[in-house]
Design a protein around this ligand. Sequence first.
Ligand SMILES: CC(C)(COP(=O)(O)OP(=O)(O)OC[C@H]1O[C@@H](n2cnc3c(N)ncnc32)[C@H](O)[C@@H]1OP(=O)(O)O)[C@@H](O)C(=O)NCCC(=O)NCCS
Length: 182
Amino acid sequence: MSEESPAFLSSPRIVDLTTGVWPQVVERFLLEMPLEDRQAFGAGPALVAEFASGRLGRFSGILDPGKAALVGIVGGWVLDAEAEIHLLYIRKEDRRRGFGRRLLSSYLSDLDRGGVTASYLEVRESNRPARFLYYSLGFTLEGVRKGYYQNPKEDGVVMVRRSSSGSSADAVTLDEGARSDG
Ligand SMILES: CC(C)(COP(=O)(O)OP(=O)(O)OC[C@H]1O[C@@H](n2cnc3c(N)ncnc32)[C@H](O)[C@@H]1OP(=O)(O)O)[C@@H](O)C(=O)NCCC(=O)NCCS
């Protein structure tokens, strides 16, 4: 018998976090985030309470089978044909391994299949890793909310991905994305 693991056991797995035991796992995941990250990325008590109450929007996670652990989550609210993404977070030690791209791509594909035609999010102007990722997946600049964030005070960049442009996300290069942001 081969000692290699089958591919499905060694590749990251996307899970629906709204069913089964996942709400409890997510609650722990959120509570284990560094405090400054919880504050910076809106994963505070209100979101934890939402998970605990079971009144969730649509949330997905990504599992690293090597560690048998949840390494990241994405989620937000869906209302008819519009979605608002509130949280995308990959654990610090697991970043730059492709988890964020994989998780968000899968989430957006689910939204497309569910009939969502416009997905909105907001990101700190200085958050270049996230903005590069969003541009590369078809998000474009929608507007800027001056001084929206506190501690430190900073503009919020509002981005939108319309499903008709989402399918061509791979064609958008990071350089093009960065330029279109001015
Ligand atoms: C943003 C975040 C989700 C990216 O997750 P990740 O798993 O590290 O990202 P990936 O490894 O899948 O990389 C995807 C793309 O993101 C961009 N990116 C990620 N980290 C980057 C970095 N440090 N610098 C520049 N670009 C970066 C790149 O475009 C990358 O594509 P590439 O590998 O082809 O260059 C992660 O950094 C994170 O959780 N940050 C803290 C929370 C946060 O900022 N959330 C967004 C708030 S709106």
